[in-house]
Write a protein that binds this ligand. Sequence first.
Ligand code: 1HN
Length: 349
Amino acid sequence: MQELGRLEDLPEDYRAALTAQNLVPLWPSLRAVLPPFKPAIKTQPTCWPYQDLRPLLLQAGELTPMEKAERRVLVLANPGHGLEKMQASSTMYLGMQLLLPGEWAPAHRHTPNAVRMIVEGEGAYTTVDGEKCLMSRGDLILTPTGLWHEHGHDGEQPVVWLDVLDLPIVYFMEASYVTEGKAQTVNSDAAGMAYQRGGVVPAPVFARTPMAFPMLRYPWVDVRAALETLARTQPEIEAVQVAYINPETGGDAQKILGFSALMLRPGETLNLPARSTAMVFHQIEGSASITADASRFTLAEADTCCIPGYTPITLANQSATQPAFVFIADDAPLQKKLGLYEVRDARNV
Ligand code: 1HN
């Protein structure tokens, strides 16, 4: 590639004249914004072991009352972006949230989309758009853009969940804001229950525009059963993986971030090609190693890691006898809409 002129090559007075008129020459920065073959990537492979962060999260429960936190969260920040940016990747925010028995996190709604992956504890719930969603380990609960949500806890033990938001990209777009609200009235008929069985949806869907977010809670018992069935009935399948979808459209559950659950069969190793999306892996059950370039993490239950895009990834179940279950988040829905999504074969990474 041709080497281009540097800023220092230009006379001082010329540079000053440009600056005075808010002008910048492109050529000294062109290679930085358009690097050859592969983007410049700030996201670093990073792992957040749960056993290490858990004591600090519980300590936050003693140090900071709910009234002073609103949401009591330790953010899983990627050092490659700078910790203060609170980004796991260019588009994804991750946080571990703690709710203690009897606590309440007040209702609000905001433009970024959130999902929660429940990590530990029983008895907490989140009310989303009037629907009371009970939280149980491994459940995925959506709080899509613009919907009221609040969290409560009637149980006995601390409850912890992983929040995944598209906050970094929505913030970057200067479109991130919140509205505070009053406690919601809970609908007695939980609308989402109508979607709890695969293969059938309420028939009125054919007589109206599909709902943007018809299903808010994806219980782990059902997702796990779907994976077990897939593994049993299609032993030749390359990846035992299911996507969280909008049951009315068959499309992604949310518009910006995509979510799936993967089962690694006992002893299985799975090679993923390099994709243009950064990926987040969270271990729901069992243990898996994740290798990407020179980084290798072994995820124990409830551990979370982030791997940058354009990197081939190898996942390996650490057990020869038990399956391992991994929750995956990426920004493929956004990249596909923008025409940026790429999968590269092994000869081309
Ligand atoms: C939020 O609304 C929640 O509702 C959690 O639990 C984390 C991080 C950034 C912005 C909004 C919640 C959040 C958040």
